[in-house]
Design a binder for this molecule. Structure first.
Ligand code: CTP
Ligand code: CA
Length: 222
């Protein structure tokens, strides 16, 4: 009853959220991926839905449960994720939380690559993946509000400012994910909101609290 009575400032708004890693195949049994639990992205999808948005969550492979009240599209690779996002347009809001693999193997093998006695491994030829946030940030059907993330291990604010400009985002949620912070894979987060108006430092919060606060900030933009 509490949830049903809560105000719904995002009623009538459509949101797309990306979450989790992508898996880029090397062959049928091997892949390249980033580290990502999907916890922060899934929490944001749930928080936007609780504020009344109609949410499509495009998720790479994760082991956490699907959040309640969202439309889920499961994908594997960056190319699949871009397709799912563009087919979900138009939207009012897009939040790109996924840890997309920057590179994929240029030509994935159709068969399992076998070790060969006395020969070292063949080098993998990589090619760059599409930048989903950048594509949507400059899209003719661009959502009114486009939010990106920047997981950094150094120079957090300057890297986030560069991404803000390059990708066409309204703001970037930046965090320091150096291993000693415990943010990656953990339940807490400490972010900074980087926009053209400056930098906001948020306190150390649970990923659910960070998501709720971000959803409120997004609602405040309409
Ligand atoms: N992103 C994306 N598609 C990609 C790469 C990144 O949509 N192929 C999005 C992420 O979801 C995130 C933002 O772009 O919202 C920043 O991702 P990040 O990996 O930090 O930035 P990159 O531009 O890939 O730069 P780098 O990895 O070199 O720091
Ligand atoms: Ca990257």
């Amino acid at each position: 009853a509490l949830l049903d009575d809560a105000p719904k400032p995002l009623a009538g708004k459509k949101a797309i959220v990306t979450s989790g890693p992508t898996h880029e195949p090397i062959d049928p049994v091997r892949y390249i991926a980033n580290r990502s639990s999907g916890k922060q992205g899934h929490a944001i999808a749930g928080a936007l839905a609780r504020l009344g948005a109609e949410v499509t969550l495009v998720s790479g492979p994760v082991t956490i449960p699907d959040p309640a009240g969202v439309n889920l599209i499961h994908v594997e690779s960056a190319a699949n994720m871009l397709d799912a996002v563009t087919s979900s347009l138009p939207a009012d809001i897009a939040v790109f939380v996924a840890a997309v693999a920057d590179w994929r193997v240029a030509t994935a093998s159709g068969n399992k690559i076998k070790k060969k006695e006395g020969e070292g491994p063949a080098p993998l030829e990589l090619t760059e993946n599409p930048d989903i946030l950048k594509t949507i940030g400059h899209h003719e059907n661009r959502p009114q509000l486009v939010v990106g993330f920047a997981a950094e291990t150094a120079d957090v604010v300057s890297n986030a400012q560069a991404k803000l400009a390059r990708k066409g985002a309204d703001f970037i949620v930046a965090n320091d994910v150096s291993p000693e912070t415990g943010i990656m894979g953990g339940d807490r987060n400490r972010v900074r909101i980087v926009s053209k108006d400056g930098v906001e430092d948020w306190p150390d919060l649970s990923k659910d609290e960070t998501a709720a606060r971000l959803a409120e900030r997004i609602a405040g933009a309409f």
